[in-house]
Design a protein around this ligand. Structure first.
Ligand code: KG4
Ligand code: ZN
Length: 351
């Protein structure tokens, strides 16, 4: 084991000056088994995602044990496909980046152990990547000129936060959700409306045909802070729908009114974060960054404030291996993030 680490460390140090670096990125934190090959942090050679959505749909959400088992079944094929599509062999890879948190611990364990075994057998450096930094890095792929510093609005199924990204590997948390993540609120509202999991894209679609004409009873308690709260609005929508039995329920209006409220919150706090930090660049990351109303609102607000807005390509918004490989690359360039074989998954937020 020690011999492996010495070998991996020597390779890691040599990468600091190597011109072209190929990183294999592995992601298994939730219900997507994903492997990608990325060159120099921004050029995607392959990005294979095996989604378990169809398996979890019938339960209305992700079942952790089922997710872990399906990662085990899928991961080797996903790796082989990623190498084939990139036109490279395992021997061509310079380093392996893997998500070690946050996420479902059993699901993370599959990717982490698979990455460890690969790194050990090939004598390659193993880079521990935070899922959140992965989502931010999706923007380095979609926008090749993007560089820190900037403010990042992170909106996913597991997290909602505002971050000041000072450098590729340095972040300061400006605000976070005090209860539910915004994606969780989208999924639960979708469920009460009878829409399939994952609910976000379905709410997005349905809301386009509805009116913003319902005022939900929701007590916002966070005042002027950069923190978010979404459990109040989620419960208010669920109560509203449950109290409509026997009366007409216009689902599109519910979806639109809910979406207007949450995207309004996200936009106004993101703009406050820009003002407070003095940055003129806003970057959005995570699954909910695919939301069309959010993109529209942020677009207008940034235009008005004279700020630049960056959003990931739609296929890079949700979980994938390319964003993990990209984040690992920037750690390698800063000579940080090298992990030993004792790497263990972390269920809670790691930055
Ligand atoms: O980032 P992600 O793939 O997984 C986590 O790290 O959590 O985000 C998944 C979340 C789900 O809650 C899903 O409903 C939401 O992103 N989502 C959307 C849209 N597309 C995905 N929410 C709103 N509008 C969308 N278009
Ligand atoms: Zn994610």
């Amino acid at each position: 084991m020690e011999r492996y680490f010495d070998l991996a460390k020597a390779k890691f140090e040599a990468l600091k000056t190597k011109e072209d670096i190929l990183v294999l990125g592995i992601e298994s934190s939730c219900d997507e088994t994903a492997v990608a090959v990325v060159k120099n942090g921004r050029e995607v050679l392959s990005n294979i995602v095996s989604s378990q959505i169809d398996i979890h749909k019938r339960f209305g959400g992700v079942v952790p044990e089922v997710a872990s088992r399906n990662h085990v079944l899928a991961i080797e094929n996903v790796l082989n496909e990623a190498l084939k599509e990139a036109g490279v062999k395992l021997e061509d890879i310079d380093a392996i980046g893997v998500t070690y948190g946050a996420g479902l611990v059993g699901a993370l364990m599959v990717g982490v152990n698979f990455a460890k075994a690969l790194a050990y057998s090939l004598g390659l450096p193993l880079i521990a990547v935070s899922h959140i930094e992965g989502h931010i890095s999706a923007n380095y792929i979609s926008s090749p000129d993007l560089e820190p510093p900037f403010v990042c609005l992170l909106v996913s199924g597991g997290h909602t936060a505002l971050l000041e990204v000072k450098d590729f590997t340095e972040h300061k948390l400006l605000g976070t959700t005090v209860d539910d993540a915004v994606g969780e609120a989208f999924d639960k509202v979708a469920r009460v409306l009878g829409l399939e999991y994952p609910g976000g894209p379905n709410i997005d679609r349905l809301a386009k045909t509805g009116q913003n004409n319902i005022k939900f009873v929701n007590h916002e308690i966070l005042g002027g802070s950069l923190n978010f709260s979404f459990s109040g609005i989620k419960t208010a929508v669920i109560n509203y729908v449950n109290n409509r039995s026997g009366k007409v329920l216009n689902k599109a209006d519910v979806a639109r009114s809910f979406e207007e409220y949450v995207t309004g919150e996200l936009t106004s706090k993101a703009m406050s974060a820009l003002k407070q930090t003095g940055h003129k660049t806003l970057v959005v990351a995570g699954g909910v960054s695919a939301n069309s109303l959010l993109r529209e609102k942020l677009g207008s607000a940034c235009k008005e404030a004279g700020a630049r807005l960056f959003t990931p390509d739609l296929k890079l918004c949700t979980d994938n291996g390319a964003m993990i490989a990209s984040a690992a690359y920037f750690y390698i360039k800063k000579a940080k993030g090298l992990s030993g074989l004792s790497l263990t998954p972390k269920p809670t937020v790691v930055l």
